[in-house]
Ligand binder design. Structure first.
Ligand SMILES: Cc1cc2nc3c(=O)[nH]c(=O)nc-3n(C[C@H](O)[C@H](O)[C@H](O)COP(=O)(O)OP(=O)(O)OC[C@H]3O[C@@H](n4cnc5c(N)ncnc54)[C@H](O)[C@@H]3O)c2cc1C
Length: 384
């Protein structure tokens, strides 16, 4: 693996860092407190080509390599990982299925404005009774002439209130489990589709989340993504890029925890000296430094493998996602400990990092799922 970055990659990283410091850092605490999506900043990012990721330029994307996108997402997430999500969704959870399985018309109509940052979109997989067990979904689709009638519900869906469209999934033959699932793209104004946002979430507060409800929702055949029964493959086509994005976002917040903790440990005086002089505080800083380096190593390696054209990097994507998010939880807990009582105040950002860290351990596959997947790959029980 080549550890050096190209001049292009470094210039994308620099531009993202400058943007995040100037446009995001001064505002994030306020919009996080208000649970408000910073749509003005997201639109600016789109105009600067920071949302197009690895989507090809002919579909409105930035045509970046995976490493550039990873560095960009980490820099944005150093200050706001919700905007890091917006920068990674067109290449991952929301856009990847359309890129790989969509028709030319679907790519032009839905993917292109998303990759340009002109609209936002979501992906509806999780249901009230099936999160980790995706094939256990209960939302159903029945063919009726030139359309399908969809009934059911998705929950915890990101970008809910400002998403213009959602790629979502329904079961056409429950007995066939994952082989019975079909994917569709639903414009927000589809009759029979409604949303119910959740408020006062633990973390990820600027990202709107909630329920996507299908009530005799009629969707034309041309909105089917891929063939009938191909929905699980459509969903899985997004997982590696999605997990790469989550890992890069986690690296951004680990770095934030480290930088804030170092600053505070140098300034906070207890027993007549800065707390950074105490070895038990130093030990936490050491764990943060090593945790960041290791999480980055796994994340950058995944990006590098994808840039080498690796067709599948499932095990590596699980390793990066699990390690980076579990490390984030530990690092955010240690940062809160270093800040003592002040970690409870939103005067310092560590309270936000701590609340967000927990959520990272279950989005895009829980830590338990990834722990199982890595072992199954190693034991030869899994080949996809
Ligand atoms: C802020 C936020 C945003 C989200 N955004 C989206 C989105 O945009 N789209 C979307 O589709 N979903 C989204 N989700 C949902 C998320 O992907 C799910 O929470 C996740 O997949 C886990 O599903 P679950 O919560 O139903 O947990 P469950 O599947 O019910 O699992 C509960 C617990 O059991 C454990 N468990 C399950 N199976 C096993 C097993 N075989 N062995 C050991 N342990 C096991 C899990 O690890 C977990 O600890 C979001 C969630 C949040 C909180």
């Amino acid at each position: 693996m080549e550890f050096g970055f190209t001049e292009d990659q470094l210039s994308i990283k620099r531009a993202a860092r400058e943007f995040a410091e100037k446009e995001i850092a001064p505002k994030v605490a306020e919009y996080d407190r208000e649970e408000r999506f910073p749509i003005d900043i997201a639109i600016k990012m789109g105009a600067l080509g920071m949302i197009g990721g690895v989507v090809p330029e002919k579909y409105g994307g930035a045509g970046m390599d995976y490493m550039s996108m990873t560095l960009l997402v980490e820099e944005i997430s150093r200050h706001c990982h919700s905007l890091g999500t917006i920068a990674s969704f067109p290449s991952g959870l929301a856009g990847s299925g359309l890129l790989h399985y969509g028709t030319e018309e679907q790519k032009q109509r839905y993917l292109t404005p998303l990759a340009r940052g002109q609209v936002f979109a979501g992906a509806g997989v999780t249901e009230p009774h099936s999160g980790t067990d995706v094939a256990g979904m209960e939302t159903s689709a029945k063919r009726d002439g030139d359309s399908y009638v969809v009934n059911g519900m998705k929950t915890w869906i990101s970008n809910l209130e400002y998403g213009s469209w959602f790629i979502s999934f329904a079961q056409m033959d429950k007995a066939r489990r994952h082989k019975g699932i079909t994917a569709f793209v639903f414009p927000k104004d589809t009759p029979g589709l409604s949303v119910r946002p959740f408020k006062n979430k633990l973390g990820f507060r600027p990202l709107s989340s909630g329920e996507l409800i299908f009530d005799d929702c009629r969707i034309p055949v041309e909105n089917r993504v891929g063939e009938e029964g191909q929905g699980f493959a459509v969903a899985m086509s997004a997982v590696e890029n999605g997990r790469l994005g989550v890992s890069a976002r986690a690296c951004g917040i680990i770095r934030a925890c480290l930088e804030e903790s170092v600053r505070y440990a140098q300034e906070r005086v207890v027993f007549g000296q800065p707390i950074g002089r105490f070895q038990l505080i130093q030990s936490k800083i050491t764990d943060m430094v090593v945790g960041l380096e290791t999480a980055r190593h796994l994340t950058y390696r995944l990006a590098w493998l994808k840039d080498q054209g690796a067709e599948r990097a499932r095990k590596e994507s699980s390793m990066a996602k699990m390690y980076a998010t579990d490390t984030l939880m530990k690092v955010a807990t240690d940062a809160a400990q270093i800040f003592g009582a002040y970690s409870c105040s939103d005067e310092y950002p560590v309270s936000r990092y701590f609340r967000d860290a927990k959520v990272f351990q279950f989005v895009e596959g829980t830590s338990e799922l990834h722990r199982a997947l890595i072992a199954e790959h190693e034991l030869g029980l899994r080949h996809d």
